[in-house]
Ligand binder design. Structure first.
Ligand code: PGA
Length: 311
């Protein structure tokens, strides 16, 4: 059907007012102009939309159907207008956020506060490992990325907003739990549950051990911090994870942080985007919010906590 939004608006006004004169006044158009548009719509439908009985006009059945569709279409058009207005404005719009799986332990909390402040912001959150994040930056499928270390060799704007200490963990009944000042070498005898290739935690761990001239003799690979924590708790081995992943297990005393002399590994969280990228208002607001307030919203376990004194 070859019809225009203008015809639908005029028709809706005539149908609501049940009168061409009243519609023409409402729309500030001449009455012949209104009649002409309705006539064209009737031609497009191939059916009369109004009938006149005496001095009054009535909607035909076809007119009733046309009114239903016209209202649905016009509502959608108005809604689209509001969405674009939001996107142009300061508060609304869309944010594609991609974060390292380790950051997923705190990012939803940041989003909750942010979305309360900007209720019209629409956010999608993609949680994946570091390697996939680098891909998201490269192919521009994320507006902002949160991860442990900005990659080299990519032109990025990156701001750090919080510490990200990596600590060694064990189950509370492990022989090392509760010991003080354990030398790093001692860990070589232990089985370590380590993250998958492509994980930032994994590469930081490997770098750390090789910087100290050590290699782990026994490892078991697991693809999430969650499974590492479960495994460590069950006594499968030790783990080295960001303290951000441990809040609940430490509070419930299901895991403890080992007091290793050379640990924690000091890392930081960064929020970043490709330089030259045009950030939407919501992305700009979120970035500013994270940098200025992110850390203050966290309630972190201390990296030196080791479960001693637990009962
Ligand atoms: P990961 O990321 O979840 O890939 O280990 C953490 C990081 O980038 O440090």
């Amino acid at each position: 059907m070859n019809i225009t939004f203008r015809q639908l608006r005029i028709f809706e006004s005539v149908a609501r007012n049940l009168g061409f004169t009243r519609a023409s006044r409402e729309l500030h158009l001449s009455q012949p102009a209104v009649s002409m548009q309705v006539k064209q719509l009737e031609e497009a439908a191939g059916l009369p939309l109004f009938e006149q009985i005496g001095k009054r006009i009535y909607l035909t059945d076809a007119g009733g159907e046309m009114l239903r569709y016209a209202r649905a279409i016009l509502e959608l058009i108005d809604e689209a207008g509001e969405v674009f207005e939001d996107m142009r404005g300061q508060e609304g719009g869309y944010l594609r956020l991609a974060v390292a799986s380790t950051a997923n332990y705190f990012v939803p909390r940041l989003l909750a506060t942010f979305c309360q402040r900007y209720p019209r912001a629409q956010v999608s959150l993609d949680v994946t490992n570091r390697q996939q994040l680098l891909q998201a930056l490269a192919d521009n499928s994320a507006d902002l990325v949160i991860m442990g270390q900005p990659p080299t060799g990519m032109d990025l704007v990156a701001d750090t907003f919080m510490d990200n200490p990596l600590v060694a963990i064990s189950s509370p009944d492990h022989p090392l739990a509760g010991q003080r000042d354990i030398p790093l070498q001692r860990l070589q005898q232990e089985t370590f549950l380590i993250r998958e290739q492509g994980s930032g935690t994994r590469s930081a761990t490997e770098r750390f051990f090789s910087q100290h001239g050590l290699s782990l003799s026994s490892t078991m690979e697991m693809s999430s911090s969650e499974s590492i924590k479960q495994g460590v708790e069950a006594g499968l081995g030790l783990g080295l994870l960001s303290v951000h992943t441990l809040e609940m297990e430490l509070a419930l005393k299901r895991l403890c942080i080992l007091d290793i002399l050379e640990l924690p590994i000091h890392r930081y969280w960064y929020i970043m985007h490709r330089s030259g990228k045009r950030l939407t208002a919501v992305a700009r607001n979120f970035r500013k919010f994270v940098v200025e307030e992110g850390k203050g919203l966290m309630n972190l376990p201390a990296a030196s906590e080791n479960g001693r004194g637990s009962s």
